[in-house]
Design a binder for this molecule. Structure first.
Ligand SMILES: [Zn+2]
Length: 171
């Protein structure tokens, strides 16, 4: 029995060579130390990273910053400072934007235009990410299904050879 187990055709337990750096990895490694994915399937994040253009990485950095409380705090501080500077209460500083602070409105308006653009770019990237993930899910499902059908057919064949076709549908 022990001999039969040792010759059972399992997946080869050989080290996996990294296609990028050529480094040797454990037979069950998922990532190489250089960061390359070692799976039999495409790795969505790796593909996306390779396709990322400079404005897309800028957009995702901006979107990440906007999503933090620091963004709100910085704006509250800047607006309060702007209003204080334009009260004329501080000696040596001339009023440069009188109430109702139209210059401040213009600056914030321009900022809003840029931020909307960045957020839309980042949104598009997240859509692309979700689409790729869905595509990969589909691929894995199709391959798994085909593999299962193969295994099913082989099992049926084995059962027929063992003269026990009735046992196959019991499980
Ligand atoms: Zn590597």
């Amino acid at each position: 029995m022990a001999a039969a187990q040792s010759t059972f055709p399992l997946r080869p337990q050989e080290p996996i060579l990294c296609p990028v750096c050529g480094g040797e990895n454990d037979h069950d490694a998922v990532f190489c130390s250089c960061g390359k994915s070692l799976g039999d399937f495409k790795y969505v994040l790796e593909e996306l990273r390779a396709e990322t253009k400079w404005y897309e990485s800028l957009a995702s950095r901006v979107a990440r910053f906007i999503g933090q409380p620091a963004y709100i705090i910085v704006h509250i501080v800047l607006v309060i400072l702007w209003i204080i500077l334009n009260t004329g209460a501080l000696a040596g500083i001339d009023i440069f934007d009188q109430y109702p602070y139209s210059l401040l409105g213009l600056v914030l308006g321009i900022e809003a235009v840029f931020i909307t653009g960045f957020l839309l770019i980042d949104d598009g990237r997240e859509d692309a990410h979700a689409n790729k993930l869905a595509e990969l899910d589909y691929e894995v499902n199709v391959r798994t299904y085909r593999r299962l059908e193969d295994i099913d057919a082989k099992l049926e064949w084995i059962m027929t050879r063992l003269d026990r076709p009735d046992r196959l549908n019991d499980a």
